[in-house]
Design a protein. Structure first.
Length: 326
């Protein structure tokens, strides 16, 4: 059996480190393990591969794959691999969901507090050597305590966000596709996804933590932004496609909402010419909310357990529903 490793990117965080390749080879006794560093290499190496440790299987790679049966993504999101031919194939996809929950939840709390306490303005004034006590006091920092935080999506990440927000005194509500899936202790109310429009006027913070599917694409557009409170904050740590970026920029520019924090974008990297860079009250981070010091250790642990299960004929962890999209 041949195992293909194919994780390569211009961004170093997404390149499989050499030590991870070595660990996989050591754990995969008896298997042929190959590592592709470029797309042409991946296309050339995939025809005989039965297993792929990759988050970037593309149509031309699948078309060349004669024996592929299972793909494990070291990331949680797999939307880029769910093209029509993959959905129609008998290839099983598993992912690394669950390992990002705590670090992304802390990122959400960080950006919300930064916007509530107007830290971007404080940082600008620090760079200018300006003592901005009056400026920051006349419009005083807001408290997270007793605010209502609304989560769009209540998987592992949403649940972790709820736990931290609740601990800081916020009231947490959520929408999810399956209301009958349960309500975590830190969430006071769970609503159907279709109720979002009715809930937005009541939420002080809106956090997008849902996967990118046909149902969630542009779930926040001009209409939804118009329903939000003027002092509300929007946070997107899900996928860029969930937000109409032009509508958000327009809403922030005219003060229709108080602020937003985006870690994900329609097109990444965000072009230097994008108007989002200069949009007022917008915090931009370059898709780093899920980063953690032991990222590859955690991703590897899930993959190696699944590899053991695959070879033993046991059920795999984190199987993706290719039709649902997650």
């Amino acid at each position: 059996m041949k195992l293909l490793i194919a994780n390569y990117s211009r961004w170093v965080a997404w390149d499989t480190p050499d030590w991870v390749v070595d660990r996989i080879r050591a754990a995969a006794g008896g298997l042929e393990v190959v590592n592709a560093r470029t797309r042409p290499e991946a296309v050339a190496l995939i025809p005989d591969a039965e297993v792929a440790f990759s988050s970037i299987i593309r149509p031309e790679m699948l078309a060349a794959a004669r024996r592929l049966r299972w793909v494990h993504s070291p990331a949680a999101g797999v939307g880029g691999m769910l093209f029509p031919a993959m959905r129609a194939s008998d290839v099983t996809i598993t992912n690394s969901r669950g390992m990002h929950a705590e670090t992304i939840a802390e990122h959400v709390v960080a950006v919300v507090l930064a916007l509530f306490r107007r830290l971007p303005l404080a940082f600008r004034r620090q760079a200018e050597h300006v003592w901005a006590q009056n400026e920051l006091t006349l419009d005083p920092p807001r408290l997270l305590a007793r605010k209502t935080v609304g989560l769009v999506g209540l998987g592992g990440i949403g649940t972790a966000v709820a736990r931290l927000m609740s601990a800081l005194g916020a009231r947490v509500e959520a929408t999810r596709r399956r209301v009958d899936a349960g309500r975590p202790e830190s969430v006071e109310a769970v609503h159907a996804s279709a109720a979002l429009g009715d809930l937005l006027p009541n939420w002080d913070v809106v956090v997008l933590a849902a996967p990118h599917t046909a149902e969630t694409e542009r779930i926040i557009g001009a209409r939804e932004l118009s329903l939000m409170k003027r002092n509300a904050i929007l946070v997107n740590i899900a996928r860029g496609a969930l937000v109409d970026e032009a509508a958000l920029a327009e809403a922030l520019t005219r003060g229709a909402i108080a602020g937003a924090a985006l870690d994900v974008f329609d097109d990444e990297p965000l072009e230097a010419s994008s108007p989002l860079w200069d949009t007022p009250n917008l915090l931009i981070t370059p898709h780093v909310a899920g980063n953690r010091p032991d990222y590859w250790d955690a991703a590897l642990a899930i993959f190696l357990e699944n590899l053991r299960r695959y070879r033993a004929g046991e059920s795999l962890l984190n199987v993706v529903d290719k039709e649902a999209g997650y």
